[in-house]
Design a protein. Structure first.
Length: 107
């Protein structure tokens, strides 16, 4: 996904910074990471407070295969619920939840 499209998705927060990482991109706002771009998909940060809302909306948690002994590793990033992909107001709600999780992670 190109950086301009990513920036548009996060317009409701204001300026975001995009940095290459892990073969994808990290999306930052005010120095805090709130999303990843992996394989052309945006994954929003969630935590114990917000993950249930993502799950209930049908989003999926990012899981990658760890080392052989560790097995699958669940990361604190979730797909954007389908309903938000075509609705900027709905997307703004999920972006805000990701930002709030990023703020809580810094405490």
């Amino acid at each position: 996904m190109d950086n301009e499209r990513i920036r548009e998705m996060f317009d409701s927060l204001g300026e975001v910074t995009i940095k290459r990482m892990f073969g994808g991109k990290g999306v930052y706002h005010q120095g805090r990471i709130l999303a990843l771009e992996v394989g052309g998909e945006i994954l929003l940060k969630a935590d114990a407070d917000s993950a249930p809302a993502f799950r209930e909306a049908g989003a999926s948690q990012w899981v990658y295969e760890g080392k052989a002994r560790a097995g699958p590793v669940a990361m604190p990033y979730w797909s954007i619920p389908d309903a938000a992909l075509d609705d900027p107001d709905e997307l703004s709600t999920w972006v805000r939840l990701a930002w709030e999780a990023a703020l809580r992670a810094k405490k």
